[in-house]
Design a binder for this molecule. Sequence first.
Ligand code: IMP
Ligand code: MG
Length: 174
Amino acid sequence: MKPKKQERLYTRREIQRKVKELARAISSDYHGQDLVMIGVLNGAFIFLADLARYLAIPVQLDFVRLASYGSQSTSQGEIRLTKSFELPLSGKHILIVEDIVDTGLTLAFLRKMIEKENPQSIRICALIDKKERREIPLEVDYVGFPIPSGFIVGYGLDFNEQYRSLPALYSLKR
Ligand code: IMP
Ligand code: MG
């Protein structure tokens, strides 16, 4: 089911091309290193599934799930880890894989949690970066699509748990 009032931002083909490009950069940067990619559930599940399959290097995969109190569409206040990573991260190169970075609060929190495990490095890969909306400094090392504003759905991203299964990316109109 397509969003009712929507504007298509990126087609399935454009997304796949971009994800391959990211996978190429990641494969070259982490060549010969112990890489653990940590996907942030639920939003990143489709992006991570495609990204991991385009990699030319071995990788270990793990997942976390985070919840924030407040509204559905923006993170506010307290963030909690409701499912933690399970692989040992000490001495590993960590790449956090997220669907979209908005205020930055969620990933700043996750980054701090992972830092406590003494990994060798931590980087962030996000399909979409809404950089203009940042409330806390947070750099995204691998960005698919920089987008200034709007609420994005499809390709794993939801509004009230809808639209995740769409193969393209849409901006929801209100
Ligand atoms: P942040 O903590 O404000 O950076 O928010 C990140 C989380 O909010 C993402 O992981 C998404 O779950 C959700 N989010 C923020 N903007 C959007 C959007 O445009 N579409 C779908 N989810 C979003
Ligand atoms: Mg998310």
